[in-house]
Design a protein around this ligand. Structure first.
Ligand code: ATP
Ligand code: AH0
Length: 397
């Protein structure tokens, strides 16, 4: 039998180890920075044992955000800019990983794999584009060959394509990790992530994985952030200072909550391609609220996030018998969380820190888990999701 080449030998060795060190990377729709989670794994699937060793979010410079924003969630962009960014983001993420590893005094050669989400620049489920000849599609850039070559670490990436190829919308993938991290027999749980977009995983008390459900709900921080950028020259509404200084416009809020996306079948996905300031302006036009104070707009958009989340949970789950665990940057938005609490007075709400999961690190941990599965797992059927192993391998040499 011919010998395996060195890349495949390394891959085999990593997959067969008792314990593996893996890095999960997330660069989300909020474009706030790169989340880097260093985890130790043993086993796979529902028997995985994992420990978060180190975590950091390295914030992006404004100049980098602006470059990505030129192509982010836009129908018409410069193809040259996309091409340049694809290579640039891969190299840039590799530099940030090396910086984090140096700070943690971890030698790159001790890390078995990197699992990289990349940067979503366009998410186009068929429900959005509605073009007959095309199916679901999504695009994450930041090519992993650059990460692998620059760090010397086997890199797994582009997880969402397999989900689409096997019948999904490419998102949310959270359930694959949430089942492992968050389910507890005897408790109905919801793991709610409020990132740019809000999504959740429902974990039923009987631990019947066929009943697990994971879907996007609607906007998380994306509209709040967009309004802060456009009208206050701020990247986000820190500690809800602007929202608390304004008043919710109930007429506008009601119009926003009437968007047909909220009545579409589950599971479903969305993004800033739909929930953006043009959508808000249309609702303002229709309700003659174009002239409301900008602080009132931020308050209304914050209430919109909270109310759409609370309405979804109230309509779909047994609220009085439910534990809700929050994560993502929006879990640190007090206005949003207060409004969810008020709308769901009977639900128990805490952040995922109560489960021993750093709420800011959860999505990066998810990708590390998916990387571990790509190396040594088996496809698992959860809810209506495709039972597939996701991710593509990039070798360092
Ligand atoms: N102290 C705070 N007060 C208010 N909002 C905050 C605070 N800290 C973080 N946020 C919000 O959280 C956002 C970042 O959230 P997060 O990093 O979870 O998003 P993401 O991972 O990019 O999104 P997604 O999950 O959609 O991909 C910020 O843009 C901001 O809106
Ligand atoms: C296409 C894409 O990047 N979607 C993200 C986004 O951010 C939140 C929500 O929209 C979710 O569907 C998904 O990310 C998480 C990590 C997921 O797949 O579970």
């Amino acid at each position: 039998m011919p010998a395996l080449n060195q890349n495949l030998q390394k891959l085999f060795a990593a997959a067969q180890k008792e314990e593996r060190l893996g890095i999960g990377l997330m660069s989300g729709t909020s474009l706030d920075g790169l989340d880097i989670a260093l985890c130790r794994f043993s086993g796979s699937g529902l028997q995985t044992k994992f420990k978060l060793i180190n975590f950091v979010t390295i914030p992006y410079e404004e100049s980098f955000k602006k470059e990505v924003q030129q192509v982010f969630a836009k129908k018409q962009v410069s193809l040259e800019q996309v091409t340049l960014l694809n290579a640039y983001i891969g190299t840039f993420h590799a530099e940030l990983i090396l910086q984090a590893l140096a700070e943690w005094q971890v030698n790159p050669s001790d890390v078995d794999f990197i699992a990289s989400h990349g940067q979503t620049i366009y998410h186009a489920p068929k429900r959005l584009h509605q073009q007959e000849n095309y199916g679901n599609a999504t695009l994450q850039i930041g090519d992993a060959d650059h990460i692998a070559v620059k760090t010397g670490i086997l890199t797994i990436s582009d997880f969402r394509q397999k989900h689409i190829a096997a019948g999904g919308e490419g998102a949310p993938l959270a359930l694959y990790g949430d089942v492992l991290l968050g389910s507890k027999p005897g408790e109905n749980r919801v793991l709610l992530n409020i990132g740019g977009i809000a999504n959740l995983t429902y974990l039923p008390a009987d631990a019947d994985y066929s009943k697990v459900m994971c879907t996007d709900i609607g906007p998380g921080n994306t509209l709040i952030d967009a309004a802060c950028r456009a009208y206050f020259d701020k990247p986000f509404d820190e500690d809800s200072a602007i929202a608390y200084s304004g008043t919710v416009d109930e007429t506008l809020l009601d119009a926003l909550l009437h968007h047909p996306f909220f009545n579409e079948n589950l599971p479903k996905t969305t993004g800033p391609e739909l929930f953006n300031l043009d959508f808000v302006a249309d609702a303002q036009q229709a309700t003659r609220t174009l002239n409301i104070a900008k602080a009132d707009l931020v308050a209304t958009l914050s209430a919109f996030t909270a109310r759409s989340i609370a309405r979804f949970i109230g309509a779909n789950f047994p609220v009085a018998d439910l534990k809700l665990f929050t994560s993502g940057g929006g879990a640190r938005n007090p206005f949003v969380i207060d409004h969810i609490r008020k709308a769901l007075p009977n639900a128990t709400i805490a952040d995922t820190g109560e489960l021993g999961i750093n709420p800011d690190a959860k999505e990066a941990i998810l990708f590390a888990l998916l990387g571990n599965e790509a190396l040594c797992g088996e496809p698992i059927a959860i809810g209506s999701n495709p039972a597939v192993l996701m991710g593509k391998f990039s070798f360092s040499g």
